[in-house]
Design a protein around this ligand. Structure first.
Ligand SMILES: [Mn+2]
Length: 332
């Protein structure tokens, strides 16, 4: 595992070789994944490497704010996006692959075989498990708020210039993963935020990116209306068994519940009725390690945030499984 200094040295070395850079954020791309990916693309450009951000999510599933950032970054910064097919057609052995905001093969659109013999760098703030790519060149720090915070720091220590748009995207990443600056904030995070504001980031533009779609918000509120509070100050919502929700809606429901006086929240709902897939999103204020709880159910995450999906089940059954694994031992 690298520390930040060695990550800087590694990036400096690896980007000094003349080759294509493929930046891979997690599937279900969010503000942190896109912000950090664009920041890395800006770094690659400084080294005169061509870089490509691999996004294979269906367009209708991409958050409108994230989609706006993608479109604007193509127009204003000349960022290249490619999908999985284009990647597989053009992939070369000597390229450099950088995973950002993710470290596991099951959370990106390529499997381990498709990245065989590739030079891989990981920059992330999530836990590792058996799906984590095997590479010496990894910087994974779960105590940092976001991949965007790490990349902001890299831009600074690699002395890469960037404009206010990039500063906004990175700030959006930090804003998302700190739940609007309410959790997982350190003095380092605030120093980075201050740096981004100096570079011209505009908090009102960032909060605009998070504006909600009323129909989707009503679905989230409907989910929340099912919340129950169990012992151990854990709130759980189980969605309507006949309804399908997006992963983002489930995540938002879990986020929303944290405003109450509870230690952790879990939101459960169908994300594919056809395939019987139920997703769970978990959030914590730090007393319960929800990443570990989600790991018990085949997912992952970190202290503050986690998720999993379970196949061939129903929300009610998934909740039963969840309640079995929430134990006082997850209190830290
Ligand atoms: Mn993140």
């Amino acid at each position: 595992m690298l520390d930040i200094k060695n990550l800087k040295i590694t990036l400096d070395e690896e980007l000094s070789k003349d080759r294509n850079v493929i930046i891979i954020p997690h599937i279900g791309i969010d503000f942190d994944a896109i912000g950090s990916a664009i920041g890395l693309s800006v770094i690659a450009t400084k080294y005169k490497n061509e870089s490509f951000i691999l996004v294979n999510d269906p367009i209708h599933k991409i958050d409108p704010g994230v989609k706006m950032i993608m479109d604007e970054s193509i127009r204003e910064l000349g960022i290249n996006y490619i999908n999985k097919n284009i990647y597989l057609e053009n992939s070369k052995q000597d390229e450099l692959v950088i995973l950002t905001d993710v470290n596991k093969s099951n959370l990106i659109c390529l499997d381990k075989d498709e990245l065989k013999n590739r030079d891989i760098i990981i920059i992330d703030h999530h836990n590792e498990d058996s799906n984590t790519f095997n590479t010496e060149k990894k910087y994974i720090n779960q105590s940092i708020s976001s991949a965007s915070e790490i990349v902001s720091k890299l831009l600074c220590i690699l002395k890469v210039k960037y404009n206010k748009d990039v500063a906004n995207y990175l700030l959006a990443g930090i804003y998302l993963d700190t739940k609007h600056f309410s959790t997982n904030i350190s003095s380092d995070t605030m120093r980075i935020v201050s740096k981004l504001l100096e570079k011209g980031a505009d908090l009102s533009k960032v909060t605009d990116l998070f504006s909600e779609d009323i129909a989707s918000d009503q679905r989230v509120l409907e989910l929340i209306s099912h919340a129950t509070l169990s012992s151990y100050a854990v709130a759980t919502v189980v969605g309507d068994i006949k309804k399908e929700y997006s992963k983002e809606e489930i995540a938002k429901a879990a986020d929303y519940l944290l405003k109450y006086r509870i230690d952790a929240s879990f939101a459960i709902g169908n994300t594919s009725l056809d395939d019987g897939i139920v997703s769970i999103s978990a959030r914590s204020k730090g007393k319960i390690n929800v990443g570990q709880v989600m790991q018990q159910l085949g997912g992952g995450g970190n202290m503050y945030s986690g998720a999993t999906k379970i196949e061939n089940t129903t929300p009610v059954e998934a909740n039963k499984m969840l309640q079995k694994v929430i134990k006082p031992s997850f209190y830290t």
